[in-house]
Design a protein around this ligand. Structure first.
Ligand code: AMP
Length: 305
């Protein structure tokens, strides 16, 4: 089963306390697509300008990412720039230039419309809905969002939620969306807004997963060296949705989602080890499986003699 992914494709300029790199490949869909591609073929939907490097299209081909849904139009690619504080966690957005995103209307190729697994990576909820409107009958829809849409387009986001099976957001966004300081109450409250499942990311502290009858909490993989946290959330979402698609899940259940959350966390942990998507470019399936196994061992609290 393949996974359709729509989101931003960007050229990012990122500054950390030790390094700065300009115009590197970024964007929610870029991270999510490469993350997902380790588990399932990807159908990518997005827009780039005429300044976007052709080599990325070549790279997508090598990763079984079908870019037939990526429009190349005249103008500059979406640009985003951010700066991290010394804790590599606190981030300030320095600039955003929508550029070709400003007039973007996602158009799904006919061959994309029957895809069963969909990931609406982070973009405006109206664009996420526009993509969903063109799909025939997806079996499972995952959506990611961000504080900007909670603050500026809440109505669009609220209208999307009943059409989403799993909503992914981070802890501060969950609190902002519900006005509740308790993440447990917030996760449950967001489920009542529509999605059957809700995943709350807690950065270096792991993730929570809420279902109709179940709850799951996991830690994050403990890393010594973080070079660029950008795209961790997007890679998490991509790894998770890709894993679900790769399992050919007719019926996504909570046990499968628990494993998907761990695979998402594993992918995110690799992504932050290098700038942009550079760590994902040479990542292998064996490395993913090895880290998944480490996660399993680390999470056991009753060790048999
Ligand atoms: P994350 O670190 O998971 O929050 O994602 C960072 C990525 O999101 C960067 O690569 C940016 O290009 C992209 N991004 C930033 N702002 C937006 C936005 N308003 N819409 C879509 N993508 C964005």
């Amino acid at each position: 089963m393949s996974v359709l992914i729509v989101g931003s494709i960007a050229l990012d300029t990122v500054k950390t306390p030790v390094e700065e790199h300009a115009d590197q490949l970024g964007g929610s869909a870029s991270y999510a697509a490469v993350g997902a591609s380790f588990f399932a073929p990807v159908k990518l939907v997005g827009v780039v300008g005429d300044d976007f490097p052709e080599s990325e299209f070549e790279f997508w081909k090598t990763r079984n990412i079908d870019a037939a849904g990526v429009q190349r139009v005249q103008g500059r690619t979406f640009r985003w720039s951010g700066e991290y504080a010394w804790d590599m966690n606190t981030r300030e957005t320095r600039s955003v230039a929508l550029n070709v995103f400003e007039n973007f209307e996602p158009q799904l190729p006919e061959s994309f419309r029957d895809t069963q697994m969909v990931l609406l990576a982070n973009i405006a909820p109206s664009l996420q809905a526009h993509v969903l409107n063109q799909m025939r009958q997806p079996r499972f829809v995952v959506a990611d969002t961000m504080d900007l849409w909670i603050q500026t387009t809440r109505k669009d986001l609220d209208a999307l939620l009943p059409r989403v099976d799993l909503l992914i957001l981070n802890d501060s966004e969950a609190r902002e969306m519900t006005g509740d300081t308790s993440l447990i109450r917030a996760g449950r409250a967001i489920r009542r807004m529509g999605p059957k499942y809700v995943a709350v990311k807690k950065g270096e502290h792991g993730a929570l997963l809420f279902g109709p009858d179940d709850f799951f909490s996991c830690g994050a993989y403990p890393l010594e060296d973080i070079h660029d946290p950008t795209g961790a959330g997007d890679t998490f979402a991509g790894g998770l949705a890709g894993y679900l698609a790769g399992q050919g899940a007719d019926e996504v259940d909570f046990a499968l989602l628990r494993r998907a959350v761990i695979f998402g966390s594993v992918l995110a942990s690799f992504n932050v080890e290098a700038f942009s998507l550079n760590r994902l470019r040479n990542l292998t399936s064996d490395e993913i499986d090895e880290r998944y196994e480490m996660f399993r061992l680390m999470s056991q609290f009753e060790v048999l003699p």
